[in-house]
Design a protein around this ligand. Structure first.
Ligand SMILES: C[S@@+](CC[C@H](N)C(=O)[O-])C[C@H]1O[C@@H](n2cnc3c(N)ncnc32)[C@H](O)[C@@H]1O
Length: 271
């Protein structure tokens, strides 16, 4: 699935800064995605009988993903710890058979990981950049996940309103990692959640600070008081920090009043 009105690889970075052309750097080389022995227990617990599928995804990330510039070469040695396990831990917050929209998926994090760990979920990966959606579409095919995972090329607001005959999308849960500060993320993501549905924003050590800074803005958007949750406690060190916001109220954007049509003389036209 594609949204064709975003045609170039030039969406803003996570903080709204222009991404610009990638800096000159030597061509990255493919690396090894072997699961470190010390993480085997956590990986088995989080992926269960889908561990081989997770290993296939890890392999694609450190080969194709690195070569195509979607994952930094320095991430490859920590692909399990920082990426696959960190994201898979969030599955504990997802109800059985939930629908999920992952905003700003990039190379598929966390959306694709959750779809791998939990075959009961249906997942839409929302990502505006063509280079990234090509990788996502190919990866979904190669991993045999097309039955439960769709890729929408476009921004979150386009997914919420629908674009080019695709969508609009809504889901039980909206996920996002490293996409935008909490106030902007809530503005983009809450319209994608059903009323009573949730935004789960994977945040690092800054979570509590962000909550304190943006709770008032989130409330104005119809969101609940944000709650900080730790996922994978006892399995991962550190556990994954997630900010959870329930969409309590549906806030419609103010409608723009049409000004009455006027004749050339500035008089209101007679009906
Ligand atoms: C720093 S990357 C994070 C990618 C991935 N979530 C991860 O954790 O590796 C931020 C992603 O958000 C996407 N993005 C930026 N603005 C967006 C918007 N308005 N709607 C949806 N995605 C957006 C970018 O294209 C980029 O892929």
């Amino acid at each position: 699935m594609t949204s064709e009105d975003v045609t170039t690889d030039t969406a803003p970075g996570p903080d709204g800064t222009p991404s610009g052309p990638p800096p000159e750097r030597p061509a990255p080389t493919a690396q090894d995605a072997t699961l470190p022995a010390g993480l085997a227990t956590a990986a088995r617990e989080l992926f269960g009988d889908r561990l081989d599928l997770a290993a296939g995804y890890a392999e694609l990330l450190v080969t194709d993903g690195v070569v195509r510039g979607l994952i930094g070469p320095r991430e490859a040695p920590r692909i399990w710890e920082r990426h696959l396990l960190n994201c898979a831990a969030v599955a504990e917050l997802l109800p059985q058979d939930a629908s999920v929209i992952d905003v700003g998926s990039g190379a598929g994090l966390p959306g694709l990981v959750l779809a791998i760990a939990r075959p009961d979920l249906t997942v839409v990966l929302v990502e505006p950049l063509a280079r990234r959606t090509s990788f996502l579409v190919e990866t979904v095919e190669r991993l045999g996940l097309a039955r439960t995972v769709r890729v929408f090329r476009g921004r979150a607001d386009e997914a919420a309103s629908g674009a080019n005959g695709v969508g609009p999308f809504t889901a039980d849960v909206v996920t996002a990692r490293a996409v935008a500060p909490l106030d902007r993320l809530a503005a983009w993501s809450l319209p994608l959640a059903f009323r009573g549905g949730r935004l789960l924003a994977l945040k690092g050590a800054s979570a509590a600070e962000e909550v304190a800074e943006h709770a008032a803005a989130v409330a104005k958007l119809g969101g609940s008081e944000p709650t900080v949750r730790l996922c994978g406690a006892g399995l991962l060190d550190p556990p994954t920090t997630v900010v959870e916001i329930v969409r309590e109220r549906v806030i419609r954007p103010p409608s723009v009043k049409k000004s009455p049509k006027r004749s050339r003389g500035g008089q209101q036209r007679a009906r």
